[in-house]
Design a protein around this ligand. Structure first.
Ligand code: BG6
Ligand code: GLC
Ligand code: GLC
Length: 906
């Protein structure tokens, strides 16, 4: 027997001397711990099924999405009107919220006459609108168009915050023509019929939601709203990803459980008593709201009444006498149950109430009636606890937190007025959810404040959304804009190829002296250097016969400090030779002269394969004394200085070229190389006749476009946002590599950071506090966007990425940060695609083809690691260059790529 019954049972046995009637009549109300655990588990199971779109067996819990996504953050303010319909009384409130957490409320209670409750929908809403008119009139507010929130405590299907279709009436309301209709519209129509005032209906919420929000105003961690009053119900914050009927995976949404209908499929049968059956039969909705009928205030008094009649008829009460008033449905109310159970005045109250019903109760009768009340209300409390334990378990599961702390906002006449209900509920909950620490917060002033907050939040979110949209708008490029980028790029390519415009061209279009892709017959041992990407690497490659798969590779990655890449050229090249020497020694290669290929991923003007003048540093490098010099010579000189005479530098290759060559080995149609990593660039096979600066006009040559500098002549300035400008201004090379700075990994994190700073300044993020961390340059590495935008990471994991970077974020913050990342990376991918579209179209035109089938070989951390970048590039290229069938090929093995390209160029 549950603890809450024991005491009562004891009293009954002691005082009555006989427990016969208790055994017979009240025993079915006593639920064992096992039975309650079973109810808890059934409810949990229904919760899970209710979240699914197509569960194997339908849930009897309605599990209704409420479109309330965040709990209050305390910044809500303004004047709001609230209607509160569906509880014991109909109320109208004016709520004033201010940002210092002060709430002022004016409330009027209005009657809803029974004929209105059971009349037509129009009558009901006209009544509501008329009362609202009176309320406004009295306050001289008829001219103010105030935002209004509507607490409507019935099960409704919502498709947005202000659209809510009533499923079915509960709790004694039965107005014709409302079920299946949008209640907000019915209210608006009725207000329209009044004709002399206007309001702005912003949100409609269930009372549970209003209660959760009310309490959330005091304690932001309140994520459950419970009502035990005329009806009974609960709501809680569920992970969006689990709500199958609502699109989107981010953040949480409040779910109105509507647990009143639990058991409609017979699941509660084993514990329902004959009295419950009678109550159900004579109700407005037989077979419906089974749980509600065992728990809530609307039915509690009625159950007691039916038990009393039964006991009287069996001669166990009132000397076998029943009176006509006792036989009237509803004559015994839940407030009577509360009064009778009072420890001090309960016996007196029982006598008074029973006497008013025409009975002449003895002292024993009064005690027995107290026992009946107690059995019925204690069962209600423990069932309620079972339901709440199921919700607690669900939340713990979501949070992956076995030791959960849960804050429950609670309201309702039974919880608040019944002298023992709350203590019994808390006690039973401890037994049913032992690992959960539950704190109950009573909503002192109803759900009105909460509804005002939902309305305020809805307004605030709408305002914030508008702000966010404004901030992010410049990143959303229309197709027209992308086409502009494509044609501008095309123009710049021509400038770079033509002799007279070449010297001033921003897109340099550098000849590489690579004339063909590899054919696979290459052999030998090679050393490869790879400088300019995320990693500086040295590789040794042994290539045997292709059919023997005779390739052996050893490689080592070395770190390059800021001092080295931004010091002197001598330091940089000496360091490179030191690394090679160390590598040769580790592999016993000293004394063996070997050819070396140098992937040098910076713009170089080449005159032959093994000579290249560095035009400018990019990507954070700035070693002095290198620009204008032949980098192969700088490397050779360093080798001499360092006494390493084993190196035979045979080729200088840009990373784009290496990538194209490598992919070309697998796919002969690969005639474009693309890098989107730390930097971005592309190369492609151009007709020699178009390369005006070289005299030769036969065949083709690979052109290193150095497209990163596109826009450096300000031709795209209308697309450049203030954030791009900030990033550029604080970079090592202001005014340079504008296109690269909109696309590549080295800069995207910085753009994101600049946007986050602005959104924080607007108080939309991080509580409006710009932390020291957020002001740290290069806080977000390239990998950051890829991780944040990953589809496989849940919100909690994304949040922990931010925490690791020192940014404490709320759920909403995390969702917004992800949106910012997505926006910035989408623009990057689209801009990059516009460049590729220009290249493929040029190749198609060069060859005078109607359609072109071509492959782009791609490498670079951003392209490879980012979850959406590649997809967006591909789909955008398709749209911008529809006559080209453009495939992409990612080099799976960088190492293989290196030897392949080196082998060929040798
Ligand atoms: C690597 C190549 O895979 O990609 C480098 O080996 C290239 O040559 C790099 O520079 C580009 O990507 P990231 O992200 O490393 O700059
Ligand atoms: C009924 C209603 C529900 C409401 C509850 C408490 O169960 O269906 O929407 O929350 O009563 O008022
Ligand atoms: C930078 C370099 C370029 C390189 C690209 C990708 O844009 O200037 O040469 O190809 O980064 O690494």
């Amino acid at each position: 027997m549950p603890a809450c019954y024991q005491q009562q049972h004891h009293i009954a046995v002691l005082t009555l001397g006989s427990d016969v009637w208790i055994e017979r009549c009240l025993q079915p109300f006593y639920l064992s711990q096992k039975q309650l655990e079973h109810v808890r588990d059934q409810i949990l199971n229904n919760i899970e099924r209710g979240l699914q779109k197509e569960p194997q067996k339908p849930s009897t819990l309605k599990m209704l999405p409420t479109y309330v996504r965040s709990t209050p953050d305390g910044s809500e303010k303004g004047d709001f009107l609230v209607l509160d319909l569906g509880g014991t009384s109909f109320r109208i409130l004016k709520v004033k919220l201010d940002s210092s957490h002060k709430v002022e409320m004016e409330t009027e209670v209005y009657a809803v006459p029974e004929e209105v409750m059971l009349g037509t929908g129009q009558q009901l809403f006209d009544h509501v609108a008329e009362c609202l008119g009176r309320f406004l009139q009295q306050r001289n507010l008829k001219r103010a168009v105030l935002p209004l929130g509507f607490t409507f405590s019935f099960p409704c299907v919502q498709s947005q915050l202000d659209k809510s279709v009533l499923i079915s009436w509960t709790k004694g309301f039965h107005c014709a023509g409302v079920e299946g209709k949008d209640v907000v519209q019915l209210l608006k129509d009725a207000i329209g019929r009044q004709g002399d005032y206007k309001v702005d209906v912003i949100a409609i919420v269930n009372d549970t939601v209003g209660t959760m929000m009310s309490c959330g105003f005091q304690d932001h961690s309140c994520e459950v709203g419970l009502i035990v009053g005329t009806g009974s119900n609960v709501c809680y914050m569920e992970e969006m990803g689990n709500i199958e009927s609502v699109e989107g995976d981010e953040g949480k949404m409040c779910i109105n459980v509507e647990w009143g209908s639990f058991g409609e499929d017979g699941e509660l049968k084993p514990i329902q008593t004959e009295y419950d059956e009678q109550v159900d039969k004579t109700s407005f909705s037989p077979g419906k709201q089974s749980f509600d009928k065992m728990v809530s205030g609307m039915y509690m008094g009625e159950i007691v009444r039916i038990v009393l009649i039964q006991l009287a008829r069996e001669g166990l009460l009132f000397d076998g006498v029943t009176t006509p008033p006792l036989l009237i449905k509803g004559c015994f109310q839940t407030k009577d149950v509360s009064a009778i159970e009072d420890d001090h005045s309960g016996a007196d109250a029982a006598r008074k109430i029973l006497t008013l019903l025409g009975l002449r109760p003895s002292e024993q009768d009064c005690l027995k009636v107290q026992c009946v009340c107690s059995a019925v209300s204690a069962r209600s409390a423990s069932l309620c606890a079972a339901g709440l334990a199921a919700v607690a378990s669900r939340i713990q599961h979501n949070r992956q937190d076995p030791e959960g702390r849960l804050v429950v906002g609670v309201d309702g006449s039974v919880y608040k007025m019944h002298p023992k209900f709350s203590a019994r509920l808390h006690h039973a909950l401890q037994d049913l959810a032992p690992s959960c620490q539950v704190k109950f917060l009573i909503s002192e002033d109803g759900s009105g404040k909460g509804t005002a907050i939902v309305t305020a939040v809805a307004q605030r979110l709408a305002d914030q959304r508008q702000r966010v949209n404004e901030v992010l708008a410049p990143f959303n490029l229309t197709l027209e804009k992308l086409k502009d980028v494509q044609s501008l790029m095309r123009k710049e390519m021509d400038f770079g190829l033509r002799k007279e415009t070449q010297p001033n061209a921003t897109v340099k279009m550098l000849p590489t002296y690579v004339r063909a892709t590899p054919d696979g017959t290459e052999r030998g041992d090679f050393i490869a250097l790879d400088l300019g990407g995320t990693n500086f690497r040295v590789l040794i490659v042994h290539v045997g016969k292709r059919e023997d798969v005779g390739v052996q590779i050893v490689s080592k990655t070395f770190s390059l400090s800021q001092e080295v890449i931004q010091g002197t050229g001598i330091q940089l090249f000496d360091h490179i030779i030191d690394c090679i020497t160390e590598f040769q020694e580790e592999n016993n290669l000293r004394g063996r002269r070997m050819p070396l290929g140098f992937t040098f991923s910076f713009p170089c003007r080449q005159t032959s394969l093994d000579q290249g003048i560095l035009i400018t540093w990019t990507k954070g490098f700035s070693a002095s004394g290198c620009v204008g010099e032949d980098v192969v010579r700088l490397l050779r000189e360093a080798a001499i200085r360092k006494g390493n005479s084993d190196l035979m530098i045979v080729a200088l290759v840009n990373d784009t070229v290496g990538t194209m060559m490598s992919c070309g080995y697998d796919d002969p149609a690969c005639e474009i190389g693309l890098i989107v990593g730390t930097g971005t660039n592309a190369c492609y096979m151009e007709e020699m006749k178009n390369v005006e600066i070289l005299d030769d006009s036969d065949g083709r040559m690979c052109i290193n476009m150095e497209w990163g500098a596109f826009g450096d002549n300000d031709c795209m300035d209308d697309l450049i946002t203030n954030f791009d400008r900030d990033v550029d201004q604080f970079s090592i090379n202001p005014g340079k590599q504008k296109y690269e700075k909109m696309i590549s990994g080295m800069y995207l994190g910085e753009i994101v950071r600049q946007i986050l700073i602005i959104l924080t300044k607007y108080r939309i993020l991080f509580g409006g506090k710009i932390s020291q961390r957020l002001q740290t340059r290069d806080l977000f590495p390239t990998k950051f966007l890829s991780d944040i935008e990953s589809d496989t990471l849940g919100l909690v994991q994304v949040r922990s990425i931010l925490t690791d970077l020192g940014l404490r974020s709320t759920c909403d913050d995390t969702v917004l940060v992800k949106e910012v990342c997505t926006t910035v990376s989408r623009r990057a991918a689209q801009m990059c695609a516009a460049g590729i579209a220009a290249v493929v179209e040029k190749i198609r035109e060069n060859r005078e083809l109607n359609t072109l089938k071509i492959t782009v070989g791609v490498d670079g951390t951003l392209y490879k690691l980012h979850p959406h970048f590649a997809g967006i590039v591909q789909e955008t290229v398709k749209i911008l260059a529809p006559q080209c069938d453009t495939q992409t090929l990612q080099e799976s093995s960088q190492v293989l790529r290196d030897w392949r390209s080196r082998v060929k160029v040798q």
